[in-house]
Write a protein that binds this ligand. Sequence first.
Ligand code: AMP
Ligand code: GLY
Length: 417
Amino acid sequence: MKVLLIGGGGREHALAWKLAQSPGLDKLYAAPGNPGIARHARCVDLALTDHAAVIAFVREHAVGLVVIGPEAPLVDGLGDSLRAAHVPVFGPSRAAAQLEGSKGFTKDLCARGGIPTAAYARVRGRAEADTAVASFGLPVVLKADGLAAGKGVTIATTRAETDAALDALFADGDAEVVIEAFLSGEEASLFVLTDGETLVPFGSAQDHKRVGEGDTGPNTGGMGAYSPAPVLTPELECRALDEIVAPTVRAMADAGTPFSGVLYAGLMLTPTGPQLIEYNARFGDPECQVLMARFRGDLLETLLAVAQDRLAELPPPAFSPGTALTVVVAARGYPGTPRAGGQIGGIEPAEATGATVFQAGTRLDGDRLVASGGRVLAVTATAADVGTAQAAAYRAVDRIDFPDGFCRRDIGWRALC
Ligand code: AMP
Ligand code: GLY
């Protein structure tokens, strides 16, 4: 089968790497792809917002499955356009992707379904916001409603921080903002494949969202991850599935907008049990890198079964029992303005240690590989336990020659302390 993979980051490199191992794959195309993905796919230049152009490409090249990696094309309805053209798609419809695209939508769904999540208020103006903040007390969590790449959330611990965050959120006047009570506990991510009806747990992970060691500094898209998340015990995973994910999938189906794809539940493990922090409608980045490093099954067969509503026919997915750990190497300046164009070397020596280097923000400048984004590489290793995987990942990181880059040196620390 021919497959078109949409996206060009580290998540998509991991998907391409795993799809390339599927015996049923005849040819992989990626739009736009990147130099790492180009090791497994033909990268094509398609305007992803031009759905007719994507459909024309699919028809011309007899593509049998489109896999949508990032959230933006999902929220833009690329999945709907492809389904309307009878093309099998891995990735939810625009209506179902609201679980990620609108925090207010998800909070309302949780409230209706009794799904455990932080108390909240949806507000439209500064006066409403001030009333809600007063009722929750401090710390308080303030979120822009739409997609914000992890940067639209402030946890304010003082009145001054609250005011500054609200000023920023309402800077353009008419914004929709969600205000939430603060939850404390450890965070874990649970991934679940669903075709709208059948649910299949697809691994857990822990991300490192802050740029600095010890989880300090500004939020990023994720500076590293490991899988599985030991803190999400089998018992807690069952509770999260029964109390959070299953009722969500049922509610989406009952509303006539079934969710088909991978549902990524960001959980807070509180003393009273798992609570939903947020949903994403796609694999995490860099969580996908560690899930793919551990997944032992046939990814093409699995994603196609989701796309064709046949998930119930598949055997349960098999993962290696050990740990996969990935360290993100970012360009200096990230998560502010990253320094572009820095030369990257050492990928082959890094991979010679047994690690896999997924490329995220890279491009070719002639025959030089250079940085073209904030998060540039995800250096990934697997081993029997977190400590050994961490040592193996940093052994490989140390062979990377990227003077303009930096990484956290403590990925995995919560599982090791
Ligand atoms: P989100 O974009 O909703 O995932 O939020 C980004 C990060 O903010 C999460 O990963 C949490 O670390 C934190 N966060 C979000 N909501 C809450 C909450 N209600 N209580 C505590 N921390 C939160
Ligand atoms: N690593 C967080 C995310 O993909 O949203």
